[in-house]
Every structure is written in C-alpha cells, then in structure tokens.
Design a protein around this ligand. Structure first.
Ligand code: NDP
Length: 327
C-alpha cells in the first residue's frame, strides 16, 4: 500500500510492454472498490520503475525480471497474466509462501481448441497438399482416412486440454487424454489415461500428439526420441505447451528419419524464435509465433482484482496454483 492508502500493483515483465493492461486494471479494481497505483516494471519501464518495492501488494507477472522479489517483502498476491506460471517459478528468489494465481478464461480455451483443431485436421486431411495442387491447377481426390481411425492424444487434460479433447471428439476423432491424476470429470468419447504408469498406453500408436502440459520438473523435455518411437510411424507433434517440453534436436532427427511426419509448433525455448533456428526452414515444420490463444486485458484485470479481494478476505484465490507441483 502506498502513502495515500492505495493498493500498489506491480506490472512485472522483462519481455512485454504492459501498457495495454493499465485502463482495464484501473477499471476492474475500481469496480472491486479498490483504488490502485500501478508501477510498470516491464520491458520498457525496467526494474527501477518498481520504486519503493516495500509498498507492492500485488505482482502481476509475465516473465518478470529475475531477482526483484527481495525488494517486495510485503507482496500478498503473485498473479500470472497467463495460464502458465513456469515463467514466474523459474526465479529461485520467488517467495513460495505467497499465494499465486493464474488466469482461467473460457475464451482462451475456445481459441486454443480452434488452433488445435486446425493443426490436427489440416494434417490429417493433407490440406497443404491441396494448396500446392491449386497452384498447379491439379484436381485430385486422395483417399481420406476416417476421423474415427485417426488417433489423437492430448497430453495435459486441464482447462485447455479438456476443451480441445471435447472439440476433437465432436469432430469424430479417436481421442485419448493424459493427466497426472485420474480424471474426475471424464469426457464422453475420450479415453482417459493417468500418471507415468499409463503413459505408454496413452502414447501407443497415436497419429497426432498435442502437448498442453504445464512446464514443470517432470514435464521438461518430455517430447524426445523415446516418446516419438512410441507413436504411429509418421506421427504429427503439435506443441502448444512450452518450448522446453520438446527436445528440438530429437525432433529434427525424427522428422528427417520419417519417424515423425510433421510438427506444428507454437512455443519455443527462445522467443521470438531466432532467425538462425533450423525450425524456421524445415519443410515438415509449421511455426506460429505463440499465438494459439491470448487472454484479453479485461479478463486479466477482472480476475486479478477478484483474486486480490479474495486474498484481502483471507480466502484462497479461485485460480490458485499449487506452487509445490509447479502448476
Ligand atoms: P492446467 O493446469 O489447467 O492443466 C494441466 C494439465 O496437465 C492437467 O490435466 C494436469 O494433470 C496435467 N499434468 C501436469 N503434470 C503432468 C504430468 N507430469 N504428467 C501428466 N499430466 C500432467 O493447464 P491449462 O490447461 O490451463 O494450460 C496448459 C498449458 O498450456 C500451460 O501451462 C501453458 O504451458 C500452455 N499454454 C499455451 C498457450 C499458447 O498460446 N501456446 C496459452 C496458454 C497456455 P491433473 O489434471 O492430474 O492435474
């Protein structure tokens, strides 16, 4: 809290200009009966814009500058402006006892499902081939594998993965989902698998694998050559999780050897993807610039304000994260 008694919200990012959140945050906190002072220690403002960090109540983060937490001893809510929190947890100086929350947004799930449906259907139906044939005025009708014979696995059956599974099952795909614990809300038409014990059965013979896992110690590097060997020959990898889920060198080797047929990648270890990265020009790789889904500023602002009001009331924020599990 500042000297005037206003809640101080620090906007923390080393990669993003957070101007787009300012109006929405004033409006959402105002509606929650709170007056706020915003401090933009973001890509443009830099760490010095934090001012007196002891006054910070709420830290709203996307890839925050490392080592700043020691300056904010009174922070009471750490809020991610996205679904993932790996970008916050990677700083060892983070005070892990402070409540942490993420965004849960139905629009985010719907945009993710649209992206995943595009990735899966366009590869399954070989749509790129028709575009190439159009350029040559070729009219051909290859055999279509029925969706019911096309096995799609969703690794990570959380808010986003479960919605993707529902949409793919509605199209008619043979859908499997994998989570850490057994599903408490099974989805009709989806085969559920849980834990490391059922991982092999989940992966076995998949034509497409969609990664929607959080990035944690147990999921880093999960998509590697051992995993690729368990899929159907020529399978398709769709990575909409985080870049570090995928071992890039293994992916390129597997594509070149025909173990995999295609990769659609939306997340990368280094973003923006450096111009020298071989993924840009690999003929079987489709690159999109981390756009599978985004959350609008008013949603981020209203959930942040709501979580803050819950913290003030001594309650656990609705979308609290289990810091010990990393998601
Ligand atoms: P949730 O936290 O809601 O769900 C995570 C799912 O992963 C849960 O089903 C969880 O299992 C499962 N899981 C976690 N660890 C393991 C493990 N070791 N083995 C098997 N399953 C595991 O996350 P969201 O659905 O909201 O988001 C998922 C991820 O999507 C984010 O963390 C982020 O990385 C990525 N993302 C990408 C975006 C993009 O534009 N490309 C945008 C937004 C998010 P259980 O149910 O048992 O807990």
């Amino acid at each position: 809290m500042n000297a005037a008694g206003h809640t101080v919200v620090a906007l923390l990012s080393r990669t993003l200009n957070m101007d787009y959140l300012v109006d929405a945050l004033h409006s959402a906190f105002g509606q929650a009966g709170q007056t706020v002072e915003l401090r933009q220690a973001d890509a443009d403002g830099g760490p010095t814009a934090l001012g007196n960090g002891a006054e910070v109540d709420v830290a709203l983060c996307w890839e925050p500058h490392h080592g700043l937490w020691g300056q904010m001893p009174n922070v009471r809510l750490v809020q991610s402006l996205a679904a993932g929190v790996d970008h916050i947890l990677e700083d060892a100086t983070l005070p892990r006892h402070v409540p942490m929350a993420r965004i849960r947004d139905p629009h985010m799930a719907s945009a993710m499902a649209a992206y995943v449906a595009w990735a899966v259907t366009s590869e399954h139906r070989q749509m790129d081939g028709y575009l190439q044939e159009q350029a040559k005025t070729v009219w051909s009708k290859p055999v279509v594998v029925p969706a019911t014979h096309y096995r799609v696995g969703i690794a990570g059956m959380g808010t986003l993965g479960a919605h993707c599974a529902r949409v793919l099952a509605a199209i008619g795909y043979d859908v499997r989902g994998w989570s850490r614990s057994p599903s408490s809300a099974p989805i009709e038409g989806v085969q559920h698998f849980a834990g490391d014990g059922e991982r092999g059965a989940f992966l076995n013979g998949l034509h497409a694998l969609v990664c929607l896992l959080p990035l944690t110690d147990s999921t880093r590097g999960v998509m590697n050559r051992d995993l690729f060997a368990q899929l159907a020959p020529g399978a398709h990898i769709v990575n909409v999780g985080r870049g570090a889920h995928l071992v890039e060198a293994d992916l390129i080797t597997a594509l070149d050897a025909g173990v995999l047929g295609r990769a659609t990648l939306d997340a990368f270890v280094t973003e923006p993807l450096p111009p020298t990265d071989p993924l840009w020009h690999h003929p079987q790789v489709r690159v999109t610039p981390h756009i599978a889904t985004r959350t609008a500023a008013p949603v981020i602002a209203s959930q942040t304000a709501h979580h803050w009001v819950q913290v003030l009331a001594g309650a656990v924020p609705d979308s609290a994260v289990d810091v010990s599990q990393g998601y």
